[in-house]
Design a protein around this ligand. Sequence first.
Ligand code: CA
Length: 238
Amino acid sequence: MSESGNASGGTILFVEDEEAISAPFSKVLAREGFEPVVAGTAAEAMELAERIEPDLVLLDLTLPDGDGRDVCRALRRDSDVPIVMLTARGSELDRVVGLEMGADDYVVKPFSGAEVVSRIRAVLRRTRAAGADAGRFEPAFTVGDLEIDVAARTAALAGEPIELTRKEFDLLAELARNAGRVVTREDLMARVWDVNWFGSTKTLDVHVGALRRKLGDDPAAPRHIETVRGVGFRFAES
Ligand code: CA
């Protein structure tokens, strides 16, 4: 993510093939102080994301050459850029799938300019505050063989760095800083995802599963992240 100190509210990569949507909403974004850059295809989105390093990606799900969820997954492989999905489908399943792919939030079509702008601002505020908070308040800490440096957003297990996605890191940090205590599913959803969330916490289980794999935990007898059935999860103290 570029943190250029210009007056712009940030560069928004707007991935949308329908000009009837991208043209008017680009105008709204520009008026609100953002720099919109439109990509009409998944391929163009990937190319532009690398070249312009946007501050946020607004991502339509249905694209002529692919699915927005694949773009989301591909972006997440090497970037923490905030992603807001545009979806015409409002079912809970789609929301869960979107968040599992690594999206930060979603807006359901049809949406208003004001709605999109407020969602973009909220996501940018949250991600920027997360970075700033980390640097200000939290020194690196260790729990057993795990080391976490929240400011640098790095984690290591027995001295070996672990590759984590942004949400995986946030989840691990939240569990580790509460080591020895149960953190409820609801608290984890609120603190790590704090999206306009309601309903299933399946996405949490998916992320816990990924973390366990990366920590080398056997799901049947996890050494680090213990399941407290019906309540939540506990990071083992040692
Ligand atoms: Ca579309």
